[in-house]
Design a protein around this ligand. Structure first.
Ligand SMILES: Cc1cc2nc3c(=O)[nH]c(=O)nc-3n(C[C@H](O)[C@H](O)[C@H](O)COP(=O)(O)OP(=O)(O)OC[C@H]3O[C@@H](n4cnc5c(N)ncnc54)[C@H](O)[C@@H]3O)c2cc1C
Length: 246
């Protein structure tokens, strides 16, 4: 079941199968690194696909959805996938979950929210998109930026009503937002959200494996991701040169 690499070291391979990417990501904060067999086609050339390595004949573990990373994106993707009926695993390379998200400043930008209305702030998804494109010097992907703006209020509602996150005030955010739309978490930290997401993930029974690093995506002949290869062990910053952890 466990495959050996060219140095004879063992590497675990995980397969994922048949779940629509759109189905489980639509209500999340953003897109995590999620591998599924349907819907996630990589834009690889033939040469790149070959360089990605062969598809193993046998897999060690099989899930509907394999989520890479345990920050906002990964945990929200895992929650949505699990609630859509999938079997899910979250893989995190660090010894602890949370990524940058757990240390962030806790300012959640969203437009047209209840808190804004109560504070007499006029805002809309269209204005948020305009601000984002201007601040991004129009280098943003406009379609993705529009998704962020259009779904920002629903994402904030989800964090309050489903996760139980608390926000105490509205701030101007340094990212070019023209009105007060940064909803500050009760502890002025992203940990308010991550901790509540992590608690939800545990209640839902999703396994989060730390010290497990995505080594490569496994891509089939149709250039679709069909699984991942991981290295288990401590984080790369702690490795001595030449050491290889499996
Ligand atoms: C100090 C700070 C303050 C910020 N404040 C704000 C703010 O107030 N408001 C705001 O909107 N934004 C803020 N941001 C930005 C915001 O926090 C990030 O955009 C957000 O956290 C990104 O979430 P994510 O889930 O995409 O990534 P992350 O939270 O970084 O999660 C990615 C995870 O993937 C893991 N990972 C990476 N590679 C691998 C691999 N190969 N295998 C397995 N796991 C892997 C990482 O270890 C990490 O845990 C701030 C950022 C920082 C650093």
């Amino acid at each position: 079941m466990i495959q050996k690499n060219s140095r004879g070291k063992e590497r675990k391979k995980m397969e994922c199968s048949n779940v629509s990417r759109r189905g489980f990501l639509k209500a999340g904060f953003g897109l995590g690194a999620v591998a599924t067999t349907s819907g996630l086609a990589l834009n690889l050339t033939k040469g790149e696909a070959h360089a990605a390595g062969p598809v193993p004949k046998k897999w060690d573990e099989t899930y509907d959805v394999v989520v890479i990373g345990s920050g906002f994106a990964g945990l929200s993707a895992a929650i949505e996938a699990k609630n859509a009926g999938s079997t899910v695993i979250v893989l995190e390379k660090m010894p602890v979950h949370g990524g940058n998200s757990i240390i962030n400043g806790g300012d959640f930008c969203a437009a047209g929210t209840k808190m804004q209305k109560e504070a007499g702030i006029n805002d809309s998804a269209d204005l948020m998109l305009k601000d984002m494109l201007k601040a991004g010097l129009y280098l943003n992907n406009p379609e993705l930026a529009k998704i962020v703006a259009d779904q920002s209020r629903d994402a904030l509602d989800w964090s309050q009503n489903y996760l139980g996150a608390h926000y105490i005030k509205l701030n101007f955010h340094g990212g070019g937002h023209s009105v007060k739309r940064a909803h500050q978490t009760a502890n002025a930290s992203g940990s308010e959200l991550v901790n509540k997401m992590f608690a939800k993930v545990k209640v839902l029974g999703v396994n989060v494996q730390t010290r497990t690093k995505l080594a490569r995506f496994i891509v089939n002949n149709e250039k679709r991701v069909v699984g991942v290869e991981v290295s288990k062990g401590i984080g790369s910053l702690m490795k001595k040169p030449g050491n290889h952890f499996t």
